[in-house]
Design a binder for this molecule. Structure first.
Ligand code: BGC
Length: 490
């Protein structure tokens, strides 16, 4: 009998240790399902060979028949205003064809050159990547063979003229080729023109784009010349019926009133096209991509324009695509030249400031730490609500615009630097339950040793203990074990 009791004593001690271990490990078990981050930001990390990130077109100025004809005359301070707002790139569309002789040698007007020089130098002074192109050369679209010599002569003069300018000056061959300028003709013209430019500008960045008004869908027809300093551009106005509603220069002009709400279907239409561009670039030696124009005309409602602009810009950034908004201060303008101030909604949609969000926790893991756009909503949280003797209590650092999604996830509004801390409290039930198990085990063991307890008595005690533990939800294991002991003993 003494041997039996000794064994039993050891058994009880061991089982209570085992209970404790199981109990502890159960309490440590959290739900480890990982939350996906709301935002996948790769733009800053992407090594952009193009060195461009965010740009703006100074449209309706030098590509008008005469500067000022379309309401925009480029003022020196525009470049400072643009740089200070956070852009690093400016695209200056230029209608060279309206300022050059019609016949060989197709000389470009000197005064016009001087004007462009001035504008370019003001831009470069601000350290902006400065793109000049040939814009609105409509005649070449109708009659490519009749105008290709003139086109090449224009580039020969432009490239000679700017050959000693900073490497931050980029050349873009032609805005939105279309019409009779088919893929075949355009690819040939690209090859010949790049060759001409390279005689005087061996390493300057040259931007080329596909036909179909620089459509993503026409990238497949574009042949990139063998050259290390080529950037491929495309223009993005999808859905056209939204971005060009009421556009006077489009016939028939899409009806005014169309909104862009950012529904899943609307977003998909955009991301699919951007993905097409990225896939194409990946299949073509990872050539750098440049979304040289995108924007929504002022006849669309401002909220839709802001939503669309923000979405397109961020989606391009996610894919490592540099972008250039169309345009600065005319019909799509992000800047109000009469008031002399930015349209803040549009500017914020383009250059949203980024803020760092820190999510801290002492136990388990927290997610959501990172850089986010000003004004965005981000999911942050912890991946478990119990950790050892601790249970998650609340988040510290929440603001009025944040809202709980569930017990451990919260959607926060990024309006500045945010520090969110998970606060935990000790779960007294667990240590007390474990202590109780130990205590009972010891008492039982000691009573056996001192032969105070007899078999019948300890069965009654077991039953009582069992009934008592039934009211303790966390003690299932103990119930099983006590029953187990009873069975072995009988
Ligand atoms: C044209 C502009 C036009 C814009 C949007 C540009 O390429 O040069 O005249 O406003 O596209 O359609």
């Amino acid at each position: 009998m003494a041997l039996f009791e000794k064994k039993l004593e050891t058994y009880i001690l061991l089982s209570s240790l085992l209970f404790s271990a199981i109990f502890y490990s159960i309490s440590m078990r959290g739900d480890n399902e990982q939350m996906q981050l709301a935002y996948d930001y790769r733009f800053e990390e992407a090594v952009l060979e193009s060195k461009m990130h965010r740009g703006i077109n100074i449209g309706n100025a030098l590509e008008a028949p005469k500067e000022g004809d379309w309401g925009v005359y480029i003022r020196d301070e525009y470049f400072r205003i643009i740089r200070e707002a956070g852009f690093d790139t400016v695209r200056i569309p230029i209608r060279w064809s309206a300022h050059a002789e019609k016949n060989p040698p197709y000389r470009i007007d000197e005064d016009f050159f001087n004007r462009v020089d001035w504008v370019v130098s003001k831009s470069l002074e601000q350290n902006l990547i400065t793109i000049i192109n040939i814009h609105h050369y409509e005649e070449i679209m109708q009659d490519p063979s009749g105008h290709s010599d003139r086109f090449k002569a224009l580039w020969s003069q432009i490239s000679e003229h700017y050959k000693d300018y900073s490497e931050k000056l980029y050349f873009e061959l032609l805005n939105e080729p279309y019409g009779e300028l088919t893929d075949e003709k355009w690819n040939m013209l690209i090859r010949e023109t790049v060759e001409i430019i390279r005689r005087t500008n061996p390493i300057r960045k040259i931007i080329i784009g596909p036909t179909g008004w620089n459509s993503v869908y026409n990238l497949k027809g574009l042949v990139i010349p063998e050259d290390e300093n080529i950037i491929v551009t495309f223009h993005f106005y999808t859905p056209f019926e939204f971005t060009h509603q009421g556009a006077e220069w489009v016939s028939p002009s899409p009806a005014v009133g169309r909104k862009w709400l950012g529904t899943e279907a609307e977003k998909k239409q955009i991301t699919e096209e951007l993905d097409m561009a990225v896939q194409w670039a990946a299949q073509h030696g990872d050539v750098p991509l440049f979304m040289g124009e995108f924007g929504a005309y002022s006849k669309a409602d401002m909220h839709s324009r802001v939503r669309w602009t923000r979405f397109v810009a961020r989606e391009a950034e996610k894919r490592g695509i540099a972008w250039c908004y169309w345009e600065f201060c005319a019909g799509f303008g992000a800047y109000d030249q009469d008031k002399g101030e930015w349209r803040t909604e549009l500017l914020n949609a383009l250059i949203s400031e980024k803020h760092y969000v820190t999510v801290e926790t002492e136990y388990g893991n927290a997610f959501g730490t990172g850089w986010y756009d000003e004004g965005s909503y981000v999911l942050i949280g912890i991946n478990t609500t119990s950790w050892g003797f601790y249970v998650f209590d609340h988040f510290e650092g929440l603001g009025p615009r944040d809202r709980m999604i569930d017990e451990r996830t919260v959607e926060i509004y990024v309006d500045g630097l945010r520090m969110i801390k998970a606060v935990w409290r000790i779960d007294y039930v667990k240590p007390l339950a474990i202590a109780l198990v130990f205590f009972v085990a010891f008492v039982v063991a000691i009573l056996y040793k001192r032969r105070v307890l007899k078999l019948g008595e300890h069965l009654i005690l077991g039953m009582k203990f069992f009934t008592h533990l039934q009211n303790q939800p966390a003690c299932d294991f103990i119930q099983i074990r006590i029953t187990d002991i009873q069975c072995r003993m009988s």
